[in-house]
Design a protein around this ligand. Structure first.
Ligand code: DC
Length: 221
């Protein structure tokens, strides 16, 4: 990996990973890669094509002809900007199901590793510190209570102009926690060497400052 700096951020849904990862990326002048957006983009494409998640052969065929790229913070699926369309609760639910399929994980993990060979980056997801980059320079695991995460996701949905109900958002988050942490392949798990931060009562600025201080502390050690 040479001199590339890899920062892994894992944690459950709506724990603030992407907000924090973007802030840390800006501070350090490195790229940010949102791996959840990659699983969401695959779920979106399968939904558009009407392909059931049980149709594994067809999924494999579709994946072979799919490109997912990031450009200026936008998610490009086969060259088309799908950034907003992949943020719906329905796509979140389907992404969680699709992400349990070995053929989907295999291809996306390869793409993610490739991104880290070329440049320094901060990547967020569920299995970055445990599987994608087990030798990452720095690893963080962000958590927050289900209630707090539901509030954050609810506010995000309202800001996007979606209709939302706080109790339903909390149920959906708890369901995704269950799917993501109990699936057979690379479930959501804290890496043994990750620094865990409970962000329930912290502002994004506080979390970012703490992460930067851990990174700088380690680099000056
Ligand atoms: O972080 P997110 O909510 O955008 O992720 C969408 C889904 O993708 C999530 O339910 C779990 C899955 N995911 C995963 O399995 N592995 C990753 N590295 C990132 C996301």
């Amino acid at each position: 990996m040479g001199d590339t700096l890899i920062i892994a951020i894992d944690g459950p849904s709506a724990a603030g990973k992407s907000t924090i990862a973007k802030m840390v990326a800006d501070s350090l002048g490195i790229e940010y890669v949102d791996t959840g957006a990659m699983y969401r983009a695959v779920a979106y494409k399968l939904e558009q094509r009407g392909i059931a998640e049980t149709d594994r052969d067809e999924i494999q065929r579709i994946l072979a002809e799919t490109t997912i790229r990031f450009s200026n913070g936008r998610t490009l699926l086969d060259g088309e900007d799908v950034s907003e369309r992949i943020r719906t609760p329905e796509i979140a639910r389907q992404a969680s199901l699709v992400s349990a399929l070995p053929e989907v994980r295999e291809i996306l993990v390869l793409l993610q590793r490739e991104m880290g060979t070329e440049q320094s980056l901060i990547m967020d997801g569920r299995d970055i510190g445990t599987n994608v980059f087990p030798t990452a320079t720095h690893k963080f695991f962000l958590t927050a209570s289900v209630e707090e995460r539901a509030k954050r996701r609810y506010a995000e949905l309202i800001a996007l102009g979606e209709e939302a109900n706080l109790a339903d958002v909390a149920t959906a988050i708890a369901d995704r926690d269950h799917n993501d942490s109990t699936r057979a392949i690379h479930p959501l798990r804290k890496a043994a060497d990750a620094v865990e931060l409970d962000t329930t009562t912290m502002s994004p600025e506080e979390v970012t400052a703490q992460i930067l201080s851990v990174i700088r502390g380690k680099e000056n050690a």
